[in-house]
Write a protein that binds this ligand. Structure first.
Ligand code: SUG
Length: 448
């Protein structure tokens, strides 16, 4: 049976702004308080989806969340009508209003961890929503994420959904941003590679000194258990604490993998040799031939990797077996990174082409091409069981572009977030979106 990697991209929500909310994420911190352009952000994301679809890849779309999150503000003690909740938060606790307005759910690589049916004990595709509990503004995403994923992958014969892990730091889970799967074919059993930043219960593992390690070993292990993965089908590796301290807040900022290939920076991991050997031997057990491409620090420093987001690229398999790298424009703008990429594609290796995308609106908050997509490997039957409303087509692209042009503002500052009118605009837009994507009622304002 045919199988595919389907990329579900996060649609940027109408409140996209630069809140400076993510300590440890260099771009988020350095662009704090700048004015943003939600319309441009959403159109940039849609242009990437359309381009990948036009190249022949399977593409889907994942809906944004209801923001401002009035219910979250109510839980923090703000009362009255919805408009009063927003006004009171703006007056007394602006940082909380900003957090409740973040469009951070666009980075759907953090929405969940997904294990394809070929890897799981019960033969279903398993999803665990990420608790994202390292950052308050992201910790409020998972209930809606779970409802949206449930509406997209509703058929229980094929899809199993797990609630987010306990919302405490020991089980900090950032989803697929720290998870990669290696396989020969998407429909065959593979090896799932979990990268963690620290251990919560075992102090033999070193931890970063400056910035938080968002993913714990214990969270990764819990997800592997929930999904029914075999020990032979799992490899755990620790991210180097020193790269976290240089702004590598997720593994997908320093490594990307696809098929049988891992593309990574020399400084990305601890115990790299041992990890590569384990990946090689476990992939061999399922008939695969593991290959790694190490980018040396002499060619690209960690700082260049963080600035350019070279590794936050999408590594895609083409029908002839070669690979294509989707990178952000910032890679083109960095001389050393661009030179490295020129050498890589002309060396006769597996990665033959690089395509550049302008994703500046998202990049300024630390979200590149890979952050914007959630990969779901599906066989033909499973793909047919997905809610077809979320599968990208030329007409859907047209409808979503019109929808963005109709509902989104082209400028957003902190003052705009305090405008109660924004809430009404967003709800009107999202209500229409759930009809376009055939999601049913998934947002708090539609349910309560
Ligand atoms: O969690 N930025 C996101 C970026 C997530 C990128 N995802 C991956 N690497 N997979 C984060 O730090 C910034 C929001 C703000 O500052 O307004 C933010 O949440």
């Amino acid at each position: 049976m045919k199988s595919y990697e389907v990329n579900f991209d996060g649609l940027v929500g109408p409140t996209h702004n630069y809140g400076g909310l993510s300590y440890g994420n260099v771009a988020s911190q350095s662009n704090s308080q700048q004015s943003s352009n939600p319309k441009e952000a959403a159109l940039q994301g849609l242009a990437k989806m359309k381009a990948l679809m036009d190249m022949g890849f399977q593409q889907g779309v994942l809906a944004p969340q209801e923001r401002p999150d009035v219910a979250a503000l109510r839980r923090l003690g703000f009362g009255g009508t919805d408009a009063e909740v927003i006004e009171r938060a703006a007056k007394d606790a602006m940082p909380l209003l900003v957090a409740s307005c973040s469009a951070s759910s666009m980075w759907v690589a953090n929405a969940a961890t997904v294990s394809p049916s070929a890897d799981t004990a019960d033969g279903r595709v398993h999803f665990t929503a990420a608790n994202l509990n390292c950052k308050y503004h992201r910790s409020i995403e998972h209930p809606t994420t779970s409802r949206v994923l449930g509406a997209m992958f509703a058929d229980q014969k094929h899809f199993a959904h797990h609630a987010a892990l306990p919302a405490v730091a020991q089980f900090g889970d950032e989803g697929a941003a720290n998870h990669t799967r290696f396989c020969r074919e998407y429909g065959e059993a593979g090896v799932e590679f979990f990268v963690f930043g620290r251990s919560a219960f075992d102090n033999r593992y070193p931890a970063p000194q400056k910035y938080p390690a968002r993913q714990t070993l214990e969270a990764s292990q819990a997800v592997a258990r929930l999904h029914g993965l075999k020990d032979d089908g799992v490899v755990y590796a620790q991210q180097s604490p020193s790269v976290i301290d240089q702004g590598v807040f997720h593994n997908d900022v320093i490594a990307v993998g696809n098929g049988e290939v891992l593309f990574y920076h020399e400084d990305a991991f601890l115990e790299t040799e041992q990890m590569l050997a384990e990946l090689q031997s476990k992939l061999a057990k399922v008939g695969g031939k593991f290959q790694s491409i190490c980018v040396p620090r002499s060619a690209v420093t960690v700082e260049d990797a963080v600035r350019s987001y070279l590794f936050n690229s999408q590594l895609l398999s083409r029908p002839d077996g070669s690979m294509l790298l989707i990178v952000p424009e910032e890679c083109h703008g960095n001389e050393r990174v661009w030179q490295y990429l020129q050498g890589l594609t002309s060396s006769g290796g597996l990665i033959r082409e690089v395509k550049v995308f302008d994703l500046k609106q998202s990049m300024q908050n630390g979200g590149g091409p890979a952050c914007l997509r959630l990969r779901v490997a599906l066989n033909e039957t499973e793909l047919a069981a997905v809610n077809q409303g979320v599968i990208m087509t030329a007409p859907l692209y047209g409808t979503l572009t019109e929808w963005v042009n109709k509902h989104y503002r082209d400028r957003m500052t902190e003052n705009d977030l305090a405008d109660p009118q924004l809430l009404l605009e967003c709800r009107t837009a999202l209500d229409e979106l759930t009809q376009i994507l055939k999601l049913g009622a998934v947002y708090p304002f539609q349910i309560n």
